[in-house]
Design a binder for this molecule. Structure first.
Ligand code: 5AD
Ligand code: SF4
Length: 445
């Protein structure tokens, strides 16, 4: 049996792509192993969103260069593969396979070519109207399953490689999404996470012509599914109907990740984000006035070319105005082939670092305040695991927060029923800026 090893970098789309690649390989008679040393085929599914992410894969490839003589085949998949293409063979001559995500449908064929002795094979075409669908997906998490609903991106944010690395936007038919949801529920999963670079520009290519909110409602009706999440959303395409759907059906988690990137309309315009601060705030107001309190999270880039101190202060004031429950923040990183490369007035690295740490400090206080408001509240929690070091169960709330808790009847695994995968009411008793702790309520168990 041929053995393969795969390491995944980057976002959830990449994690899920790897699950599909693994399923495809297993179906082709490969066996997955835990270390590159044991493998004959070593795959890296790569991310190029920021320079650091891209460097990681070249570092890995260097690490194992000496192994090549021993007959290992190396493959680079994902965003760096698409972005660098044939140049990867120059930088790392021991690589045999380079394949971007828009060509994964051809991966089986490419592997056969390698088995037949081809030294270098590539899958780099972006001209596709297909998504990578396979019934063979080998899912990692036993309770939460990802489903891709849309691939690629038709926006052109000035800083972003994704339109180049993942190709044009293409949606799956609602029927194939719902069919996968039913299969997942039958297999015992209770949570679904719908994935796409921009889920809310989903448009059913079949005659039904459903939009995202319609699909969301239908997925939430899948018998056996208790939670449905989605990521990521673009503010421009975010319509109020999505909030109405969340309000109607508690299966739809009360959490929305809505990347804003900057609080300054001038910077947003230079980023080609297609909305102003006011337009973004209108969407936040929909969420704030929903019947169920919705947790809101975001992504921020600091130090985009030309970002003045005043622009930056507007981002801080936006954080105060929205009061995000959590955020991911990044220093702007120059990426190949992106429109922002041509912009003047790059911000010095030290200044970007200063802005980033100040922003994170600012947000920490907001999160502390937000989380303190949850003290005494009971949240339904999905049990994900047990932490032996702290003696606490690890749970996740519908708001997508980690809520670690103790359970008087089940102090640890092995005592009574297995709690993992179950949904329990947990009362929040302690709050920190990044996590919550509580006690399971026993009566409603
Ligand atoms: N530099 C820094 N951050 C970036 N992101 C995307 N491209 C860049 C870049 N060139 C961030 C955005 C996006 C998140 C996934 O990564 O905030 O929402
Ligand atoms: Fe990284 Fe973007 Fe590719 Fe995801 S889509 S792996 S974030 S470059």
């Amino acid at each position: 049996m041929k053995k393969f090893y795969i390491e995944t970098f980057g976002c959830q789309m990449n994690v899920h792509d790897s699950e599909k690649v693994i399923g495809t390989l297993l179906n082709q008679g490969y066996e997955q192993v835990e270390t590159p040393e044991q493998a004959e085929l070593v795959l890296y599914n790569t991310c190029s969103i920021r320079d650091k992410a891209e460097q990681k894969v070249f570092h890995r490839l260097q690490q194992f260069k000496r192994e090549h003589g021993k007959g290992k085949v190396f493959g680079v998949l994902g965003c760096v593969a698409q972005q660098e293409g044939d140049r990867i063979f120059e930088r790392a001559p021991h690589v045999s396979l380079v394949c971007g995500s828009a060509s994964y449908n051809k991966l089986s064929d490419l592997l056969v070519q390698i088995e037949n002795g081809d030294r270098r094979v590539t899958g780099l075409s972006l001209e596709t109207d297909e998504t990578f669908d396979t019934p063979m997906t080998r899912r990692d998490n036993p309770h939460r399953a990802y489903i891709t609903i849309i691939e690629g991106c038709d926006k052109s944010c000035a800083y972003c490689v994704v339109p180049m690395t993942r190709g044009p936007e293409r949606s799956r038919t609602s029927e194939s999404v719902l069919e996968e949801a039913r299969r997942i529920a039958d297999a015992g999963y209770t949570e679904i996470q719908l994935l796409g670079q921009n889920v809310n520009s989903y448009r059913d290519p079949s005659d039904r012509g459903w939009d995202f909110a319609r699909l969301l409602r239908a997925v939430a009706e899948t018998p056996g599914i208790r939670r449905v999440r989605f990521t990521t959303s673009h503010p421009r395409d975010f319509v109020k109907d999505i909030i109405d759907a969340i309000d109607e059906n508690p299966v739809l988690c009360n959490h929305v990740h809505l990347p804003v990137q900057s609080g300054s309309s001038t910077v947003l315009q230079r980023m080609q984000r297609l909305y102003t601060r006011d337009q973004y705030m209108r969407r936040i107001e929909w969420m704030k006035s929903a019947k169920r309190a919705i947790a809101i999270t975001t992504d921020i880039i600091v130090g985009f070319p030309g970002e003045t101190e005043e622009d930056y202060r507007e981002t801080l004031s936006l954080l105060d105005e929205v009061e995000y429950d959590s955020l991911f923040s990044f220093k702007y990183s120059r990426r190949p082939n992106t429109p922002a490369l041509a912009l003047d007035d790059q911000i010095p690295e030290e200044e970007k670092s200063r802005r980033l740490s100040l922003l994170q400090e600012h947000q920490r206080a907001i999160q502390m305040r937000r989380n303190s408001e949850l003290l005494g509240v009971t949240e339904e929690t999905m049990v994900e695991g047990f932490n032996r070091a702290t003696g606490q169960w690890i749970g996740r709330t519908s708001r997508n927060q980690t809520l670690n808790f103790t359970h008087a009847w089940h102090p640890e695994p092995g005592t009574g029923d297995n709690l993992i995968g179950r949904y329990l009411p947990v009362r929040v008793t302690r709050a920190g800026p990044n996590s919550l702790a509580g006690e399971a309520l026993l009566s409603a168990n």
